[in-house]
Structure formats: C-alpha cells, structure tokens
Ligand binder design. Sequence first.
Ligand code: MN
Length: 251
Amino acid sequence: MASLSLPARQKRPLIGCTTYRKTADQSPPIDLFGLMPAYVEAIVAAGGVPILIPLGLSDEALQAIFERVDGLLLPGGGDIDPDFYGGEPHVSLWGIDRDRDRVEFFMARAAVARPKPLLAICRGHQVFNVALGGTLWVDVSSQMPNAIKHDHFGVHPRNYVAHHVKLQPDSRLSLCLDRDQTDVNSLHHQGIRDLAPELTAVAVAPDGLVEAVEIIGHPFAIGVQWHPENLIRDDPAMLSLFEGLVMASVQ
Ligand code: MN
C-alpha cells in the first residue's frame, strides 16, 4: 500500500463528509445522521481527519463548515430527487431526501467555486453532475440503450468486481491510479445522462456509461461512480484517490 508522509508539523487536513438520515432499529425508533465507516477509515488511512457534516443546517451554517474544512467527500446513498434535473418519477427510485440533496449541492458548488478539493463517490458523483447542471438516467437498466448490469445490490459483497472502466489517459484519475483501465464494483442503478458543462468524462464502462468525471484546472475535483473505499484491501491503488484528496487539502 502506498504510504503517505506528511511533514510532522504540518496540520492534517480536515475532510468534511456529508451524511444521511437513518432510523435506528430500537424501541421507540430514533433518527440518526450516519456514514459508513469505510469512508472514514479510507480518509484516516490517507492521512486526513474526517469531519461528519449533519443535514438540516441553514445555508449560513453550511457556509461556516465549508470555510473550516480543507476538503470534502460526498459519499454514496439514495437517489437525488429527479425534480432537480428534469427527470420523471420511476418505480425504482429510493431513499430520496431533498434536504440531503440541498446540503450536498451546496457543498459541491462551493468546492467548485472556491475552489476546494472534492472527492465524490457513487451518489456523490451524481450529485456533482446535477449540482453543475447535468442530468441522470433515472434508472439505467430500463432507460439506457444497451446498458450492462450496474445494480449489483444485495447478492454480492461490496467489493465484488462487476465490470471494468477505461480511463482517459493523462487525466488526474488515471495518474492517481497509475493505469489506463481498472476493475470496479458497481452498486448503482442510476448514472450520468447529460454531462454538466464544467465536467470532463475520464472513465467509461463497457456500455459507454460515464463512470468518472473531473474538472480540468481545479486542484482536485473527481467523481467516481464506483466505491473505491470498499476496494482498497483488494486493490491498494484505490487508496490513492483518498491520498490525492488529502494531499490537495493540505494548507
Ligand atoms: Mn457501474
């Protein structure tokens, strides 16, 4: 595994991670804000300090958090409300939380405007695209022509390699991973349809679906449709995405 050596006196960067709402299974049920530990562990392994960002905050409070973090991670989760990109209602939609959409659009747009480093994963990759004016396939398997299977939910473990992606040579992503093609897991039923004007596609699946994006000229702004945090043990190069985020976030 690649090792990261920040100078001893250098402050370890704070990486703000957005969260999701979950109802805990206890009596009576209680509402929580949560995040899967794999994201936190990947940031720590890369030398950063994760800070969880709750939902339900005012824009003013979100701005105060944004000012204090050095970088941002937008994790996976449920679907974005299709109203935000002109999509139609669909039977497959799940986990919609318009407040989470609002919080993550705020953080994605702020990270682009400032700029501050951003790594956007799965749902985060889709949020990144929609926040900047792109659209999604509301359901890839029933809408995108000649789509391969991307929704490997439930049957396989989260590190199951579902398909490969071709990387754009000389993209920041391909330099991070040090390869031009890579195997990925695939835990999504939506995907990018129209790319936002500011984004460049830097990885595509065998069916042509855009599986990674970045902003050329930004210090570090990458979205990936797969879950690198679940692949690090099998493919240590996947940690380099988190190391890239952390290194770009060092003040
Ligand atoms: Mn996929």
